[in-house]
Design a protein around this ligand. Structure first.
Ligand SMILES: [Zn+2]
Length: 282
């Protein structure tokens, strides 16, 4: 998208307007039509190709402004999932199966004119009605996240168990009773260890090396990584810049808390308790 809407006053924000005052707009821009949160993407050089600055969003299905479509970085892995797995009733989440993909790097450039990106929609997997085997399935956190992205109601009635290296259960129960979908955090789920997932639309780095991975504005929920956790996650993803987290989706085993000002802050403790599915430009 070349233009988005400023949430405060519904005004139009172009890429040039945004670049003049990113702090004003960050986290407060959305698609005109479907109203989904947007993020700004600088123009960049990928190989010999210079891509124009633009806005991106995870548009609602059918949104007419969805010219730039996000493809997740692990279509390959998805092919290995069978429909039977998706529908089985019990899931064991083995944190040691957590795999972090690498993220393509791109160089910043300064380009505002030119053609829009033309990206094709990501293929959506079809779920068929196979009978469930009823056997527990070892899944990674990342697989669960991919299912949730495809279907936010995934697994609500499934039971799950997250186990530590030692085999000690860390969290178990029904997914539907232990899942928080940012930005909606019910009060009765605050402070409890939960599966927490959502979108990151922008980020803010702090002087002490910590980083806020934000759903939206400062008042809306954020995932907070201290410096060492940030470094751990960046290493796990071979990441040189946090820029690529814009527009990614996360699933963490962690806790949501409310600050005195009412902001929801999500924390987790180890990179293997956190997975991200990132975008890939084509
Ligand atoms: Zn839209």
């Amino acid at each position: 998208m070349r233009e988005v809407e400023f949430e405060e006053d519904n005004s139009i924000v172009s890429t040039k307007t945004y670049e003049k005052n990113p702090e004003k707009y960050k986290g407060l821009i959305r698609c005109f039509e479907c109203k989904k949160k947007s993020w700004f993407r600088k123009s960049f050089l990928a190989g010999a190709t210079e891509t124009i600055a633009c806005f991106a969003a995870h548009h609602e299905e059918g949104c007419e402004r969805a010219t730039s479509i996000i493809e997740t970085d692990d279509q390959e892995e998805e092919k290995n999932d069978t429909d039977k797995d998706v529908l089985s009733n019990d899931i064991v989440i083995d944190l040691d199966k957590t795999k972090h993909g690498s993220i393509e790097k791109s160089l910043p450039a300064d380009k505002h004119e030119g053609e829009d990106h033309t990206w094709d929609p990501s293929p959506k997997s079809k779920v068929k009605n196979f009978d469930s085997s009823g056997y527990p399935n070892n899944r990674s956190l990342k697989q669960i996240l991919r299912y949730l992205i495809r279907n936010p109601d995934y697994g609500l009635s499934k039971s799950f168990q997250i186990v530590a290296n030692s085999g000690r259960p860390i969290l178990s129960g029904l997914i539907g009773e232990n899942l928080i979908h940012i930005p909606n955090v019910p009060d009765d789920k605050l402070q409890k260890l939960q599966l927490i997932w959502g979108e990151i639309n922008n980020y803010t780095e702090n002087d002490d090396g910590s980083v806020w991975l934000n759903y939206g504005s400062r008042k809306e929920p954020s995932l907070l990584l201290d410096n060492s956790l940030k470094q751990g996650v960046m290493n796990a993803y071979s990441l040189e810049s946090l820029e690529r987290f814009q527009g990614s989706r996360f699933l963490v085993v962690g806790r949501a808390a409310k600050s005195p000002k009412g902001k929801i802050i999500v924390r987790s403790h180890m990179p293997k308790y956190m997975v991200f599915v990132n975008n890939k430009e084509q």
